[in-house]
Unconditional design. Structure first.
Lengths: 464, 253
């Protein structure tokens, strides 16, 4: 359905957005482009939807060349941008009508199509309300509906659930999957939510610095990683070596690591290996107190292929409006700095990062011990948070409309939290010689502390 | 292209109708100027050789032009807002005509400006200005207003695409309106101008527009003067519109 061969795109500012990208999207599949902000996801989508030009490469969408047959491409695609593309001051119906007209549909056809879509997305009862009164989730549904008015063959979704709360996000996922199941619609979506790529797509393409690192089914991707992690907790682990050696005899055990009285085993398949491991233990006469196992997440996959966690990495492939002005008309040393920063974008830097990430992975394993303490600390903090939040709720009630304090508060808490963990870490890392890589820790801890407040933890996240 | 323009134009009209006060907001400035200048320069009319009986009579065509400039020179700001809201991308991803997107916006600004000009005219009448209130002549005057509105809205939209940011765009908007107005006979008769300002006026489209309106709204309408004003404004608006549309078509990052 979509065929990209060696696509290259550089912005006028000199930022490399897409680098020799090749990709094939089959009919009827959902493919997710997964990558951090500025990895080149949006740039790719903008090229495919004829919104952006490109330097070279061969691209066809729905069988049409995006350079020579733009009109036909536009007729056969639907596009939902990161920003809401619906007009706030029109009603839902007016938005849909206008979109139908712009696709040169007959009025009768538009009217019947609107009914169809309104039922499908369950927005029939708000169809004659101004969009400015819609909730974020409803607006997104209307946005997708407008993109589908002309029955496109391919749907492009650029960060479809960005900024939505968890229930709306999950409901949107259901609609997207339904569209794919029932209408066999080919969908190309971009996301920087690992969960979204995991839950929604048939295949995930990990994109980093304008290049596709891997395209695979999300489960297969996760299987490629060191497998599952089985953790066995022993009551009295007198002879750790003996236990470890005994269990390592199984060829499905790839690696193992002790953490106090817990043994982490990296195995190819957690579900089938647990009974055998327990059998082994009782044969060796050791009592297993507690067993747990977890599957690797896409984040592990992401680290494997790009050398950094998706939260930590920020790409440079964006079209930044200030590039046009940066350093123009003097600007002294900053003029030079702007240029230097652009020079830093060269792809050689990636290899450096990779090496560092191997160390980093090592560190990460070590940190498991440390994280225990971390957790208690985190819990303390959490209690304190709840008090805080209760107080905050009270203070909030009279002026429920203003969102400012709502954001300011967590920011402050986060800061305090970050300070705490910083101290903790310093005392902890003194025995290990390498210091903790800077990128990861702040983020990770912040994320933990706000684990129950999922939406807050993402940085604003817009590609702008 | 024309049907696309029509549907999009309708959209903008609908939006304006839903917040009329918003569209009338730019009326504040011309009305204040009408009042201030009408009083401030009241005694100008007593100077020998002043071409009108009272200053306000002379100033009406000028304040109409002012209405156009204040009403349409910032039309590009809302284009930038639409771009960042994502609606422009959505249109661009559809087969909608690119010219229609600019054309509908520009037409909308121009029509809005005509309505504002009519309101200003009523205000001037209430303040006792005695210009021609013949509906046909007013209609002719409005045709120049419409064309000038198209021209300045097109300029602003084109600049918006080129500059991509509100701040420099607003500066450009100011730059387009204020000096151009003082380089014309909108407020001060030609006779009272220094030679060099008068010379600049020769290449200033606003000068032709204001003279054209003044000619047709005079007690004894001068059709040649009007035709000249209309012609120049027409060419000016066609050129700026063409430029804005090509700037928009080239807009592809």
């Amino acid at each position: 359905m979509i065929n990209i061969k060696k696509l290259n795109k550089t912005y006028a500012s000199g930022a490399l957005a897409v680098d020799q990208l090749s990709l094939q999207v089959n009919e009827g599949e959902i493919l997710a482009l997964l990558g951090p902000n500025g990895a080149g996801k949006s740039s790719t989508i903008r090229v495919l939807t004829t919104l952006s030009g490109f330097d070279d490469g061969e691209v066809t969408v729905a069988g049409y060349n995006i350079d020579s047959e733009q009109e036909k491409v536009r007729q056969s695609i639907g596009y939902v941008a990161q920003e809401t593309g619906v007009d706030y001051f029109l009603t839902g119906r007016e938005n849909l009508m206008l979109q139908g007209h712009l696709y040169r549909m007959k009025k009768k056809d538009i009217v019947s199509r609107i009914d169809e879509l309104a039922n499908y997305f369950e927005i029939a009862d708000v169809l004659d309300t101004l969009v400015s009164n819609y909730s974020g989730g409803m607006r997104r549904k209307l946005d997708i509906a407008t993109a589908l008015i002309h029955r496109p063959k391919v749907l492009f979704l650029d960060e479809p659930t960005l900024g939505l709360d968890t229930p709306s996000r999950q409901s949107l996922w259901r609609y997207i999957r339904k569209l794919n199941d029932e209408l066999n619609l080919t969908i190309l979506l971009t996301t920087h939510y690992l969960e979204e790529a995991d839950k929604l797509s048939n295949r995930v393409a990990i994109i980093h610095k304008g290049q596709i690192k891997v395209i695979e089914n999300p489960d297969t991707l996760k299987d490629q990683i060191r497998g599952d992690v089985v953790s066995l907790q022993f009551k009295v682990p007198e002879d750790k070596n003996q236990i470890a050696n005994g269990l390592s005899k199984n060829d499905f055990v790839k690696d193992q690591k002790w953490e106090q009285d817990k043994l982490h085993l990296y195995v190819s398949n957690g579900a089938t290996s647990i009974p055998r491991l327990i059998e082994n233990c009782s044969a060796l006469n050791y009592t297993v107190e507690n067993v747990s196992y977890s599957r690797p997440t896409l984040d592990d996959v992401f680290i494997q292929y790009t050398g950094s966690s998706i939260d930590a990495s920020e790409g440079d492939g964006e079209n930044k409006w200030w590039e046009k002005w940066a350093g123009k008309g003097g600007g002294g040393k900053w003029a030079k700095k702007w240029q230097e920063e652009q020079a830093d974008d060269s792809p050689e830097n990636t290899t450096d990062e990779k090496q560092w990430s191997a160390e980093e992975a090592e560190q990460w394993h070590k940190s498991k011990e440390w994280s225990e303490e971390e957790t208690t600390q985190w819990q303390d903090n959490k209690q304190w948070n709840q008090e805080e939040s209760a107080a905050w709720h009270e203070s909030q009630q009279p002026q429920a409309e203003s969102t400012e304090p709502l954001q300011a508060q967590p920011m402050e808490l986060k800061k305090k939290k970050a300070e705490n963990t910083q101290k903790e870490k310093q005392s902890d890392t003194t025995d290990s010689e390498t210091s903790w890589p800077k990128n990861n820790d702040g983020d990770e801890n912040n994320n933990q502390s706000w684990g129950n407040n999922n939406d807050k933890k993402w940085p604003d996240g817009s590609d702008k | 292209m024309l049907t696309d323009t029509w549907y999009l134009f309708n959209k903008y009209v609908k939006i304006s109708m839903r917040m009329p006060l918003w569209s009338l907001f730019s009326l504040i400035q011309p009305l204040i100027w009408l009042f201030i200048f009408g009083s401030l320069f009241e005694y100008f009319a007593e100077l020998p050789g002043f071409p009108a009986d009272t200053y306000i009579d002379y100033f009406v065509p000028g304040v109409l032009i002012m209405t156009v400039l204040f009403g349409s020179s910032w039309a590009g700001v809302s284009l930038l807002r639409e771009i960042s809201a994502g609606t422009v991308d959505k249109m661009l991803a559809s087969p909608a005509s690119r010219s229609a997107i600019v054309l509908s916006r520009v037409l909308h600004s121009a029509v809005q400006v005509v309505i504002q000009a009519l309101i200003v005219l009523v205000a001037a009448w209430m303040m006792g200005a005695t210009t021609s209130y013949n509906p046909i002549y007013i209609l002719l005057a409005m045709s120049i207003i419409l064309l000038l509105g198209v021209a300045f809205a097109a300029l602003s939209n084109g600049l918006a695409i080129m500059l991509q940011r509100e701040e420099p765009l607003v500066i450009m908007g100011n730059l387009m309106t204020m000096p151009l107005m003082f380089f014309s006979s909108a407020m001060v008769p030609e006779k009272f101008m220094p030679e060099w300002i008068h010379a600049i006026g020769i290449v200033n489209p606003i000068e032709y527009a204001v003279t054209g309106i003044r000619s047709i709204l005079a007690a004894e309408p001068d059709f040649n003067g009007f035709a000249m004003g209309f012609g120049v404004t027409f060419l000016f608006s066609a050129a700026t519109l063409y430029w804005a549309i090509s700037a928009f078509k080239a807009y592809r990052d």
